[in-house]
Design a protein around this ligand. Structure first.
Ligand code: ADP
Length: 399
């Protein structure tokens, strides 16, 4: 029987899902329910083998959301009961230092995910809500939690340790965890396959540049450093997040204008990054405006690319050598301008782009090499597929 895996990504007001045929390794249905729990505007989209359902739906909570999706499966396929689910994979953002691998969900695992919500107050409770509802509606299927942080649990101690007081580190869990782990794991495996190199012997830098953005240094298939930290705020410049900054900035704002922690939190997470620099958080728009000569957009693009370049240099030093650098996620997969600017001036370190290859690598699902054939380090664009990675890990666990 064809093994089907349902992957669920439950957010605070949305639920995205994908059903994958793991023999063909392709999605057979996908959809999302948006604006869950909001007074109006609830919406369901489902693409199945028998058509598309795209309609407003009354979704007061996640259970109503998942039930609406199941109705759509009933009408537009495939029939989940007939298909039989080998596993349901759930994306969970924060696994702390408790989860290095995917884990079969039970009440105890749910309790630990709940406990870890102090580290990811926006994400873990929302992930857990989806898990609880799905376990109720599919009591027979094995449910597997796959954590964004798990891949980075291989970070060596000097890379994950912050130089802060002992109590913070030992009792309060203050350390680097790292995120986007499923994406970093997936693209590094695909990059090694594309280059026909054994993953266990490769040194890679992955730049996951989406709305959130992170860099990772990967040695032999294991993460050895990454730019996000205790939370997904640290590191690269993102759509609306600042990335690195002097932590004293927050105390300064409190001292000077009495800004409270909630306001600082909102400022750094939602009003900073590209948005804070130029008023736009969509990289397409930032590049268009920068190319028209708008100063604030040009600065935003420069700050964004300068930060990437700094991390590339740092991770070259962390790894000591490099086989390939990989761009992935929305900006990494599509932005010719960002790729060119981020690597400009790094030719002396062996990082070169082939202009035509870079320009052509914009659409398509295939990994592509965008460096010249004789470059000492390969540069690749690898479209990420977090759902496939989650499904692989879930199926791997249940056999
Ligand atoms: P998420 O982190 O939410 O999964 P994605 O990986 O889909 O996000 O990336 C979304 C971002 O990708 C958008 O905010 C947009 O700025 C950027 N993006 C998408 N297409 C392009 C493009 N053609 N050129 C530049 N940026 C793009």
């Amino acid at each position: 029987m064809t093994p089907y895996v349902l992957v669920i990504n439950s957010g605070s007001s949305s639920l995205k899902y994908r059903l994958l045929d793991m023999e063909a390794r392709t999605p057979v249905a996908r959809g999302s329910v948006e604006r869950i729990g909001e007074r109006e505007g609830g919406h369901l989209t489902h693409h199945g083998p028998d058509g598309t359902d795209d309609r407003d739906a009354d979704v007061p909570d996640h259970e109503a959301g998942l039930r609406a999706a199941l109705d759509a499966f009933g009408t537009y396929g495939p029939d989940l009961n007939a298909a039989g689910l080998a596993a349901i994979g759930h994306r969970v953002v924060h696994g702390g230092d408790r989860f290095r691998d995917p884990v079969l969900l039970d009440d105890e695992v749910e309790r630990v995910i709940d406990e870890l919500a102090v580290l990811a107050p926006l994400h873990n409770p929302a992930n857990l809500e989806g898990i609880r509802v799905a376990r109720r509606l599919f009591p027979e299927a094995p449910h597997v939690a796959v954590f964004d942080t798990a891949f980075h649990q291989t970070l060596p101690e000097p890379a994950y340790t912050y130089a802060v007081p002992e109590r913070w580190r030992t009792e309060l869990g203050v350390r680097r965890y790292g995120f986007h782990g499923t994406s970093h794991a997936y693209v590094s495996r695909v990059a090694a396959e594309t280059l026909r190199l054994p993953l266990a012997e490769t040194d890679l830098i992955v730049l996951h540049l989406g709305n959130g953005a992170s860099a990772a240094a990967i040695h032999g298939g294991r993460s050895v450093d990454t730019s996000m930290g205790l939370t997904p705020l640290e590191g690269l410049v993102m759509g609306t997040r600042s990335g690195d900054l002097d932590p004293e900035v927050t105390m300064y704002l409190e001292r000077v204008v009495g800004m409270g922690s909630a306001e600082v939190d909102r400022g750094l997470n939602r009003e900073s990054g590209l948005l804070g620099l130029c008023g736009d958080n969509d990289m397409r728009e930032v590049v268009r405006r920068a190319e028209r000569g708008e100063e604030s957009a040009a600065l935003a693009l420069d700050v964004y690319c300068h930060r990437i370049r700094k991390y590339v240099g740092a991770y070259l030093a962390v790894l000591g050598r490099l086989d390939a650098l990989i761009f992935t996620a929305g900006v990494g997969e599509h932005s010719v301008a960002v790729r060119a600017r981020a690597l400009s001036g790094l030719e002396g370190l062996g990082l070169r782009l082939d202009e035509d290859r870079n320009r052509e690598a914009v659409y398509g699902d295939e990994p592509r090499v965008i460096s010249p054939d004789d470059a000492p380090i390969a540069v690749l664009v690898v479209p990420t597929d977090e759902e496939l990675q989650i499904a692989d890990e879930a199926l791997g666990l249940v056999g």
